[in-house]
Ligand binder design. Structure first.
Ligand SMILES: [Zn+2]
Length: 448
């Protein structure tokens, strides 16, 4: 049986150095001796045997087959002409295109330009129209439509799933997850966006038609299967193993908790204390309305009693405070109802004490989600189902990979770096480009 051998399969992406000059110097040199010496080990590391012709016995020797010119547009100025090499395997004769990492397959703009456009649109909250306008101001003769930016977002979202990207950047599958869901609008109807993250670092996003247990189960299943495959492919999970997160913190939605438990039976469920506080607050509010006769001091006392529960330093203290309050308020149905819920959920609110690095609050995810909210707002509503997941994936990629601005606490770093990815100061769009063909670590020359 013949194997697929499209251009996609026969393209290698190589990092040549910090500047474009590092690439041009090698590619423009006569005889290409230095070029071949540089790229051969990197080609061997990234080109798989099945990308060669059947029966190829040695994938470590290449010659330059041909060279052609390609037009490339940067963010500023006019187009440049860049030479691109094709190399041939000396054993089987298969021919591969060698792209420097600042050139993306099938895109006329260079990585810097594409990265900045995507950052403007997905990371800074600009609309499609605003992004397109700014691009057109950067050079003469550019007339872009907002729909062009939209297709760029879709292109990014379809390149590779964010969880695979993170693993190819060297990050381990997270042990402690946050999971949350968000509203969005599809053709006038409410839909839900499911998100799984490691604090602010987004690992997964998928839309759901409803927020019932079946939808959650299906979505969590898809997440875990994706994590299994990506984990095995990138060497983080052994072939016979599965991805098994230790804990998940949710906002308390029962359908989501049940679904997690059914897919990952041993998982420790935790509830976000922030959401717990909000519900206590809402019960206190109801209580206050039902008892206009209470003095300010009496009400303050009730509030202090109830608020002390979620602030308890241990499960024992938590349970004791509930018992005391149930005795105290046994004849107050509004408070009793809340106290019984807290009692029922006492483990979920205190499980974080068992793990050093499990989150008590889902607030970090909320922060990332705020950007998503702005994004959804500026995109307006979705019109096609198939566009939602790529948009979420594209947003997650930009959220994780773009650098924080100067002056921020994590200035100059991206979230992915903060969580341990080593990117050697390579711009994020080039990192992403390299990760489309393999593990980042294998694709960088050993000296750098
Ligand atoms: Zn070969």
């Amino acid at each position: 049986m013949s194997k697929p051998s499209g251009n996609q399969k026969r393209t290698a992406i190589i990092y040549f150095g910090e500047t474009r000059q590092d690439y041009l110097r090698l590619v423009e040199e006569k005889g290409h001796r230095e070029l071949l010496a540089y790229i051969q080990p990197l080609l061997t590391a990234q080109l798989l045997e099945d990308q060669h012709h059947d029966g190829c016995s040695d994938q470590s020797h290449y010659t330059v087959h041909s060279q052609r010119n390609r037009q490339l547009q940067g963010l500023l100025g006019s187009k440049e002409t860049i030479a691109i090499c094709r190399v041939r395997c000396q054993t089987c004769g298969a021919v591969f295109t060698v792209l420097p990492s600042f050139i993306l397959r099938y895109r006329r703009q260079d990585a810097d330009c594409v990265g900045k456009i995507l950052e403007m649109n997905l990371g800074m909250g600009l609309t499609l129209r605003e992004t397109a306008s700014i691009y057109s101001w950067m050079g003469t003769g550019r007339s872009w439509q907002p729909s062009w930016v939209w297709s760029l977002v879709q292109w990014l979202g379809n390149l590779l799933p964010v969880y695979l990207l993170l693993m190819r950047m060297g990050l381990k599958p997270p042990e402690h997850l946050l999971s949350d869901e968000k509203f969005a609008v599809l053709n006038g109807k409410k839909v839900y966006l499911f998100l799984a993250s490691e604090q602010e670092l987004i690992w997964y996003g998928k839309w759901m038609g409803s927020s019932d247990e079946d939808c959650f189960t299906e979505t969590i299943e898809a997440f875990c299967v994706g994590m299994d495959e990506a984990g095995r492919a990138s060497g983080h999970i052994a072939d016979e193993d599965e991805y098994v997160p230790i804990s998940v913190t949710t906002d308390g939605w029962i359908a989501s908790q049940n679904a997690w438990e059914s897919r990952v039976p041993d998982i420790t469920l935790m509830e976000c204390k922030f959401h717990g506080h909000k519900r206590v607050f809402s019960s206190l509010d109801d209580y206050e309305k039902a008892h206009p006769e209470l003095s300010y001091q009496q009400l303050s006392q009730v509030k202090a009693h109830l608020n002390s529960i979620l602030a308890a330093p241990s499960l024992a203290a938590f349970s004791q405070r509930i018992r005391r309050n149930i005795a105290r308020y046994h004849d107050q149905p509004i408070l009793l109802k809340r106290l019984n819920i807290l009692k029922e959920k006492r483990f979920r609110f205190n499980n974080h004490l068992k793990f050093e690095d499990a989150p008590t609050y889902s607030a970090p995810l909320d922060r990332s989600i705020r950007f998503l909210d702005e994004k959804l707002h500026s995109f307006g509503q979705f019109r096609a189902e198939h566009a939602i997941d790529p948009m979420l994936n594209a947003w997650a990629i930009v959220n994780n990979l773009r650098s924080f601005l100067l002056g921020a606490k994590k200035a100059g770093q991206s979230l992915a770096q903060f969580f341990g990815a080593i990117v050697n100061d390579i711009p994020w769009m080039e990192v992403l480009n390299l990760c489309t063909v393999g593990l980042l670590h294998d694709l960088l020359p050993s000296s750098s």
